[in-house]
Design a binder for this molecule. Structure first.
Ligand code: NAI
Ligand code: 2YC
Ligand code: MG
Length: 262
């Protein structure tokens, strides 16, 4: 499980503002607009209780504070409990939390105590990054490349299939690539084969590796929508092809979770 580091979360507010600017440029809507339109929900005055969790690798220094900043950015009233774990959960409910946000090393959830809805960060992240990519206003075809079919990537790739895109897919795990392409009915596209030089204007990447997108398949002004950490392409390639990069460590996925449980 690839865990966030405090470095990933530095200046979370400016990372979120930059990502929102890119989303608006690519789709014509901001992150709020995409979530509202996709989930058909609008925040009321739901109070969000953020509960630090000490299990496993323990508390990530700025994780809860980052969630507090993210919830505020999207217009939610939120607070971080003083206590962690079970005591923190009790404190959150006693202080009027309607939505609980908390994460251990395997699951980051949003749970709406009023309507019972619950969301998992991994599918919510894959789906919203795929949704943003699918709304690229200047896409030159319905062809998209999806890279990485794990807990985040598979739901995102499935979403692109569901939206009627012609999905080409790659995963470094050959068995998973074979299983996923037959299960989703998508075309395997082996990025490790230099002869594969088809260019894409929409790329969705969800891997824990850097530089997973080779130069041969990048088209001018393409969109690379990637929750994957670290980044899927170098800054040099991003500049050379004027790539529209949608990449942010936590906020877009958290917004997707919150809007999905309203
Ligand atoms: P996972 O381990 O379940 O899946 C990763 C997949 O990528 C695996 O199938 C693996 O075979 C594949 N892969 C690894 N290296 C590759 C390469 N060089 N080329 C092609 N495929 C490769 O991981 P998960 O949970 O799906 O997370 C993926 C990434 O997304 C991680 O970096 C994680 O930290 C990040 N993440 C980001 C969030 C955000 O809001 N930005 C939220 C949640 C996760
Ligand atoms: O500070 C805390 O409460 C920790 N228990 C939080 C652990 C989060 C672990 N998960 C992750 O780092 C990744 C994130 C990208 C979001 C989902 N998983
Ligand atoms: Mg995100």
């Amino acid at each position: 499980m690839a865990l966030l580091t405090p470095e990933d979360l530095e200046n979370i507010n400016s990372q979120l503002q930059e990502a929102d600017f890119s989303v608006r440029k690519v789709t014509g809507l901001d992150i709020k607009g995409i979530c509202k339109d996709f989930y058909g929900t609008t925040p009321g005055c739901e109070k969000v209780g953020i509960v630090p969790v000490t299990s496993g690798n323990g508390i990530i220094g700025t994780f809860s504070e980052s969630l507090h900043a993210i919830a505020g950015y999207f217009g939610f009233d939120s607070f971080v409990t003083d206590m962690p774990d079970v005591s923190g959960y009790y404190e959150a409910v006693r202080n009027g939390a309607e939505i609980i946000l908390m994460a251990d090393d395997n699951t980051f959830l949003a749970h709406n105590l009023k309507n019972g809805k619950i969301a998992n960060n991994q599918p919510c992240t894959g789906i919203i990054y795929a949704e943003i990519a699918s709304r690229y206003l200047k896409a030159d075809s319905r062809d998209v490349l999806a890279v990485g079919f794990g807990k985040v990537g598979f739901p995102g790739a499935a979403h692109l299939v569901h939206k009627g895109f012609r999905v080409y897919g790659y995963d470094a795990d050959k068995d998973l690539l074979e299983k996923t392409t037959s299960r989703l009915g998508i075309t395997p596209f082996d990025l490790s084969n230099p002869d594969n030089s088809k260019k894409f204007s929409i790329i969705f990447e969800a891997t824990p590796c850097a530089d997973t997108i080779p130069e041969s398949i990048i088209s001018e002004n393409c969109v690379i929508s990637t929750p994957g950490i670290p980044c899927a392409i170098s800054e040099e390639l991003q500049k050379k092809y004027r790539v529209e990069l949608i990449m942010e460590p936590l906020g877009i996925g958290t917004a997707s979770m919150l809007y999905s449980v309203l």
